[in-house]
Structures are given as C-alpha cells and as structure tokens.
Design a protein around this ligand. Structure first.
Ligand code: F6P
Length: 364
C-alpha cells in the first residue's frame, strides 16, 4: 500500500532571482495563510543559499510581516548567481555539492515543504529540487512578465507604472527642447514592459525584441512628426531589442551559470537616429529604478492571492506546481510545463495591433 502523504506542518519560504515589487506581499500572505492552517513558516535567507547552513533562517509569524505589504525588495534577501546543480560550495561541514547540501539542510531544519518565489531561473531550480524529493510549490515573480503559463507576474504592473511616469516626464522636456528622447526599459528578451509603458505613455516609437527594428523606418516616423508640427518624439526601447539581422546589446557576456547582462541599446539607437534625422537626440536608461518602490495595488492583490494559493496547494499535497493567474482565477500548473521557456509578446497580440492603430511605429 502506498504510504500516505505526510501532512505539511512546517513550510520554508525563500525568494530567488532579481527582486520585484510584491515579494514581501507574497511572504506576508504565505505567513498569514499558513498561520490560519496552524503551520509554521521558516524564512530562508538569500534564496537557496538559506539552505546551505542551518542558521540562515528565521521563524516568521504574522506579527513579523506586519507592514510589509507595501514594501518593495524582499525581507529575506535574494540571489541570482550560479546554478546549484553545477556548483560545489564551501560549508561549515566541508565542500559539498550545492544541491545535495540544500536537501540535507532542508531535512535538518525539519521542513515539510517549500514555497519558492522566483523567476524562470529560480523556478527551474525548484523543479530540479522537486525531482530530488523536496515537496514544493513555485510562485512566479518578475517585472519582465515573461513566465509561461501565467498572464501576469507580480512586479510587472509596478514596473510599467514607473516607466509610464518616467515617459510622461520625458515628454514635457522633449517637447520643450524639440528633441528626440530614447528611453530604455528592462524586460530581457520580452517586450512586455516596453509595449505596455509605451502605449500607456503615448510613445511615438516602441522597439521590442520580438520585432527587429529598422532605424531608417523609425527616422521616417520622426521626420513625419516634424512635418506635422510635433517637433519632438519619444522612443521606448526594450533592453533586448535588436536591429534587423543584428543582435541584442550586451553589457556583460554570460559567465558560467550567470546569464548575460543586457543594456546600452538606447545610446546606440539615439546616436544613429541623430545622424539619420539631424535632430538632437538624447537617451536615458531607467534601469533598476523599475524594480524598486512600492508595489501597485494590482501587484499587491496578485502577490497576496499567489501566496494564499501556494499555501492551499501545500495543504492539498499539490507539489511541483506553480501558482498562476488565469483571469479571473488563480490556478496551479505543473512546473514541468513552465520551465525552460520564455513568454514573449506574440506579434499579432492585441496591444501590438492597438499600438499600430495609434500610429506608433514598431520599427518594422
Ligand atoms: O529579470 C528582471 C531584470 O530586471 C531584467 O529586466 C534585467 O535584464 C535583469 O533583471 C537585470 O538583472 P541584474 O539586476 O542582475 O543586473
């Protein structure tokens, strides 16, 4: 007879990868929902590094998460270096395979399950730990909104709101000086942030990784605007955007398990557009400002729903799954269907068609 599943009574929670507004809201929701089910929650520090030693954790009860709903960042710390399945690590108990050590400490801390809050990289690692017998559920986070299987990740709405406000501010100064301003937003290989903030901010040009750009065509759009009497233009460019036949602009190449760092495309686009149009053109990179700040109400609600649903999954014995937003519901989908894939903007997506209908150039 198969052994009955052990009831989950002690949950470890960790945050991995780049931070995103809403991480603390998830932690808070996990702690509160677990307390309602008479479960203990152990907060692990700095992603899976919190499972390398037996002293990198703290018990979290509802009073410990009071007031963190509105805070950006993560009270647990995070890390986005390396791959636990490739690396060996020095611990107080000697040099160990990172992943084996994590499993060992998971048992030493008498944890029954984990809630792993992270992006594609962290969720892929979580799936590997699942295969090694660690019961867990994943919670998708990233400002990039590029995780397969969920229409939204928390953090995205906050990043878009910030970028939209920045574009609003750039509009007035661009107009005053009759300049072109090229604004670079994050998003890695997906154009969600650029597309949404560009449409929300009334950009004239939006360049995304999914649609390689031709700057001659962008310059034509800028000249047309001049002829219409609008002597300024706002170009929103995703950090992963690339010219037709070209490559994305890389600031630092990938090294070992650390992924390449994108950035710098706005400066290149600005230089070329200035040459092509003869108009004074400036560039600005919004960078990590998009990751900081308080989560929007949308992100707080999504993060809270994700956290509560993750605990529900653990109580029901649904492991190796990720909670996901399938409007209007929060569902659980197998991690196996999610990892190793990127959710990019479909070329025929409604917001793309809307942008075109608004006369926005997508550089093609
Ligand atoms: O995945 C979130 C993100 O902010 C990307 O948009 C960006 O390319 C990357 O992380 C930057 O990472 P880091 O903070 O490690 O440079």
């Amino acid at each position: 007879m198969p052994e009955p599943k052990k009831k989950v009574r002690r949950i470890g929670v960790l945050t991995g990868g780049g931070d995103a507004p809403g991480l603390n809201a998830v932690i808070r929701a996990v702690v509160k929902a677990a307390a309602a089910c008479h479960c203990e929650v152990i907060g692990l520090e700095d992603s899976f590094d919190g499972l390398l030693e037996t002293d990198r954790w703290r018990r979290l009860v509802p009073k410990d998460v009071r007031g963190i709903l509105r805070l950006g960042g993560t009270i647990l710390g995070t890390a986005n270096r390396g791959n636990p399945f490739l690396d060996a690590v020095e611990t107080t108990t000697g040099t160990k395979a990172y992943s084996a050590r994590c499993v060992e400490v998971f048992h030493e801390l008498k944890l029954d399950a984990l809630v792993v809050i992270g992006g594609d990289g962290t969720l892929a690692i979580a799936h590997e730990f699942s295969k090694r017998g660690v019961p867990l559920v994943g919670v998708p986070k990233t400002i990039d909104n590029d995780i397969v299987g969920t229409t939204n990740t928390f953090g995205f709405d906050t990043a878009v709101s910030f970028a939209t406000e920045a574009i609003d501010r750039l509009h007035v100064t661009a107009e005053a000086h009759h300049r072109v301003i090229v604004v670079e937003v994050m998003g890695r290989y997906a154009g969600w942030i650029a597309l949404y903030s560009g449409v929300a901010g009334g950009a004239d040009v939006i360049l995304i990784p999914e649609i390689p750009f031709d700057l001659e065509k962008v310059a034509r759009r800028i000249r047309d605007r001049d002829h219409m009497g609008a002597r300024f233009s706002i170009v929103v460019v995703a950090e992963g955007a690339r010219p037709v036949g070209g490559k994305a602009t890389v600031l630092k190449a990938a090294e070992g398990a650390t992924v390449e760092r994108l950035g710098g495309v706005a400066a290149l686009v600005a230089t070329d557009l200035e040459k092509l149009t003869g108009k004074e053109t400036r560039s600005v990179v919004l960078g990590h400002l998009q990751r900081g700040g308080a989560p929007t109400s949308f992100d707080r609600i999504l993060a809270t729903r994700f956290g509560a649903r993750a605990v529900e999954c653990l109580m029901q014995g649904t492991f190796d799954h990720m909670v996901a937003f399938h409007p209007p519901d929060i569902v659980a989908i197998p991690l196996a269907d999610v990892v190793g894939r990127t959710r990019t903007v479909p070329p025929d997506f409604d917001v793309i068609r809307t942008a075109r209908a608004m006369g926005i150039s997508l550089g093609d």
